[in-house]
Structure formats: C-alpha cells, structure tokens
Design a protein. Structure first.
Length: 208
C-alpha cells in the first residue's frame, strides 16, 4: 500500500468515526411553555388607573431558550436539547400581563404598542431562572424577579413601587417537565404576592 493511500484511508476512517459519534449524540429536542393558572376568578376593576406591562429584561445568562442547570458553586450548564418554546423574557412578560388583566387591579391592562398613555408602567427584571442541582438530594427550581412600577404624570416618570420576589420550589426529579412545572408553580406564587402588594399600594395611593 502506498503512503498516499494509507493517509487517505486514515482520513476516511477518522471522518467516519466523527460522523458516527455525531449521529449517536443526536437526540430529539424538547420544547416547553410555562403553564401559570390564576386560581381566583377575574374580578371587576378596583382602580381607575391603567397599566402597561413592558417586555421584561432578563439576566444574560438565562436569556436564551435553553434550560439552565446550576451544578456547583460557580458551575452552570445550558441544556441544548430542552428549551423554552419562546424567549423566557417574552413568556414571563405575557404571563404577568394576563395575570394582571384577570386580577382586576387596574381599569385596563394596555396591550403592547397601545397609543393610550398609561397611568403606570410595570417593568421587570428576571435575575434567576435555573434548575439548582448543587444539592443532589434536594434539587430546586430557582426563580427571582424584580418588579418596578413607574407612575407617569405629565412629563415626570417616577418609580413608586419596587419589590423583589424569589422562590426555590422543590423538584421531584431532574427532568425537563418537572423543572417547567416547578417554574410554573413558582411563577404563580410570585404573581400572587405581586398582586397582593400592588393592591395595597393602589389602595394607599387612592386613599381607600
């Protein structure tokens, strides 16, 4: 066998091995959506104020659609095969908007791009969204959000409410569905607390 033929055969063998490895590592992707249900029935508006829920910001580490796992003190890992169906920032914003629309805290929850000038703007920053597996015996779903309510009076925009909420719901197992179910439950807990705090704030603002 010539030296050239040997080299060619070696290249083909390596290529075949690489392609075989890729084929074996290929797995179907799983896509998920949050399922956040407000148990209380929608109620009549308790305020004449309107609110616009702007698209939330999110920590860059959790901005992609990949689920993220915390494996150690400073070790994180994205899961390329388990993803949110849409951007988590958009999804959490929409969940919050629908929740407030059903809550009846405001006369109207304005849709994005509405020409109407809202009384308030609700903004949010998602600072944590990951499965925490640092304690293998007790994994949790970590979710943290900071909300800001901005009041608009003429040309003056003032932050009149700012509050952070955090949860760490337990995970029955380390699967994608279990993590999403925990995120959904945690989101409901956070929005329940936000609704209660906003109700107190609006009552104090309007002197009722």
């Amino acid at each position: 066998m010539s030296r050239v033929s040997a080299i060619v055969r070696s290249i083909l063998a390596v290529s075949a091995l690489a392609m075989g490895g890729c084929a074996q590592s290929t797995a179907p992707k799983e896509y998920f959506m949050l399922d956040v249900a407000r148990e209380a029935q929608p109620v009549a508006a308790r305020s004449d104020a309107t609110v616009e829920v702007r698209r939330f910001s999110i920590n860059t580490a959790y901005a992609s659609r990949n689920l993220v796992y915390r494996l150690g003190e400073v070790q994180y890992e994205p899961d390329f095969y388990r993803q949110f169906m849409i951007s988590p920032a958009i999804m959490i914003t929409e969940v919050t908007r629908h929740w407030l629309a059903d809550a009846g805290l405001f006369k109207q929850v304005l849709p994005p791009g509405s020409p109407a000038v809202p009384t308030y703007t609700l903004q949010g920053l998602v600072t944590a969204l990951y499965g925490d597996f640092t304690d293998k015996a007790a994994p949790t779903a970590a979710l943290r959000i900071r909300f800001f309510l901005v009041r608009h009076v003429d040309d003056d925009d003032t932050v009149v409410f700012a509050q952070s909420y955090r949860t760490a719901g337990p995970l029955p197992d380390r699967t994608g569905p279990a993590l999403i179910q925990a995120f959904s439950k945690d989101m409901a807990e956070i929005l329940t607390a936000l609704e209660a705090d906003l109700a107190k704030f609006l009552a104090a603002e309007e002197g009722t």
